[in-house]
Structure formats: C-alpha cells, structure tokens
Design a protein around this ligand. Sequence first.
Ligand SMILES: [Fe+2]
Length: 382
Amino acid sequence: MIKGFEFLLPTKIIYGIGSLQQLTEELKQFNPKKIMVVTDPKLISLKVTDKLEEALKGYSYIICDEVEQNPKDHNITKAAEIARNEQVDLIIAFGGGSPIDAAKVISILAAQDGDIQDYMHKKNSIKKTVPMIAIPTTAGTGSEVTFSSVITDTTEKFKYTVKSPLIAAKVAIVDPLLTITLPPCITATTGIDALTHAIEGYTSLRAEPIAEALGLYAVSYLTENLEKAFKNGNDIEARDNMMMGSLMAGLSFGHSDVGAVHCMAEALGSIYDAPHGTCNSVLLPYVMEYNLTAAEKKYANIANYMGLFGPNDLMTAAEGIENIKILSRKIGLPSLKSLNVSPEDFELLSEMSEKNSSTLNNPRPINKESYLKIFKRAYADS
Ligand SMILES: [Fe+2]
C-alpha cells in the first residue's frame, strides 16, 4: 500500500533554452515598483547579468551582490534592511544556491520587521513574504523549486534551514543557456550537488512515489551528462540535460528530504566555509557505503539508471557507488583531505551532523558515532 501524502507545487516552472526572454512577460503580472536583484558579483563581472538587466529596462531596481557562499545571517540582515528601506515589492534571485537561498529569507524580512535569527530558530512564524522569481545559473542547487533555505548562524557556526511554502519562488525561469559560461570546476561541484539531491531525495525515508520517480530519473540525466558538460562547457545538449537533472533532483529532495551527506556537508560548510557542492562530493560515496545495507534495492536501482547491471542487487549497488567515485575523479573533484580538514574536528563535525534535522530521514539510522566513522573512512581513503 502506498502511504498517503501531499505534494505541493507553488512554483510556476518555465523551462527551456532561451527561456530568460520570458522574464519580461512574467514581470507584467507582478507590476513591481521596486525590484531587488540578489546575485553574485562574479556573475556581474562575467557579464552573465547583462541579459537580465536588459529584461529589467524600464523597471526600477537595485542590485544586492553581497551575499557570500554559504549565505550568512549578517548578509541577510543587511540586504533585508535595504529591501525594507527601498520598499522592494519583488525580488529576483539570479545565480546559484547562495543567492537563491538568501533571496528566500530576504523575502520574509522585506515583508515584515524582525530578525533572521527568529526565523532560523523558529521563534517566529512566517506570515507573509515579498514575491520572488528564481533564475538559477548553475545546474546544481534545485533551490528554485524547493521551500527551504539554508543560512549560516555565524555566532553558533551552524547552518539552519528555514522551511515554508511561503518562501518558494513564485516563478522559476530555468534556462540552460545561463550555465554555458560556468567554469569546469563549478560545473563539477554543482553537478555533484545535484546528483546528491537526486540520490538523497530518492532514498530519503520521507520519499513518496513522485519524489522517488523524480530522483531516479534525475540520476540518469546527471550521470550521463556531467562529464560531458565538464569537458566541454559549450555542449548545449549536455548543459540542457544537466539543468533538467538538477531541476528534477530539486523537486525530489524538496518534497522528501536530503540525508546524511547533506548533514555532514552542512557541518563542513559551517566550520570551513568550503563550497557546498565540494563538501557533498567528498562524502557522497562514503555515506552510500554506510547506507548500503539499508538501501540495497534503491541503490541498485540508482546504478541501473547509470546504466549498470550487476548479477544481484548488492553487487549492482556497490558498482554504482564505485562509479560515483570514478566520475568524481574524472571531473577533478577533491578529496576530504585536500580540503585541509583537521581530523581533530571530526568529533565536532559528527556532533553537528547528528543535530541536523535531516539525520532522521537518512535511509539507515545514523548517530554521532556512525558519522565519525564515515568522516574517518573518507579521510583515510583520500
Ligand atoms: Fe545541496
């Protein structure tokens, strides 16, 4: 019997090569008086924002480009104050996961007074938000279709998730052309983040059949195309398929959850401020090894969607995990050791991972001791 569930879709998705052009039409329905564009300064210097600014001609807008990677609480406080003072009535998030996650919580504080900490620590409930349009420029985050935002509490050095359908983008314009200028290393790290979303979304204890289908199908889009997009950034077909894989993976984990890889990666990102995709990539196969006994059938299905068919589920699943290690090496991803992580921090990192709410949805029960073993194993194998 399939357990009953709800599947919410508050975001209109506009997908396709060149779909950024449709922003002009979408803006008409919002009729904004003041827009805040939340973006990354690198995208401005690479002129990726030029097409966006073209579409914004005739509108009054301000640009907020001070959100850091692993967005911090103080980034949000500052941007939200500007948004309130300027009476911003529409936010456009343009970039990777950091600007989109930041825009989601700025949208709360732009609509009402308050402190970001109150929402991170669930002391305040979200009553209203300023509408937000998300335009991803990486094939990785999936944040354009999720209801959550991960923000670092810089005092506690801990990443908190703010979750509500109210912070979801009203419109997601998903245009693979925007990923053409992504350098190979960002293509690799964001691509592995998407693959982690697909695998964790599919295997999460909260996964229902729709999230499972989306996650599994995303595995095939992503694993077939990541190396191609890494080797040739201008391969538009590979970029297109990566973007679709990332979108489906976002829909999958957005409706189920992530698992132990993200719990560990978020702990690493909080302490070392390393890129989110990199943190996932150094841990993904080792968490899969740990989960194997509890998720043998699903991991075998994942391997099948990578085109691997072994003599039985266990061997097929193991082959799939090995394939992810090989793919990571082919696309130049680093190892845990190369992130200059100190083994002395493994205790703390394991404690933080256990505290992450997604720990509960990992397919195999996991606690601090198990996390510690995985960190040590990933480090020893580096
Ligand atoms: Fe992620």
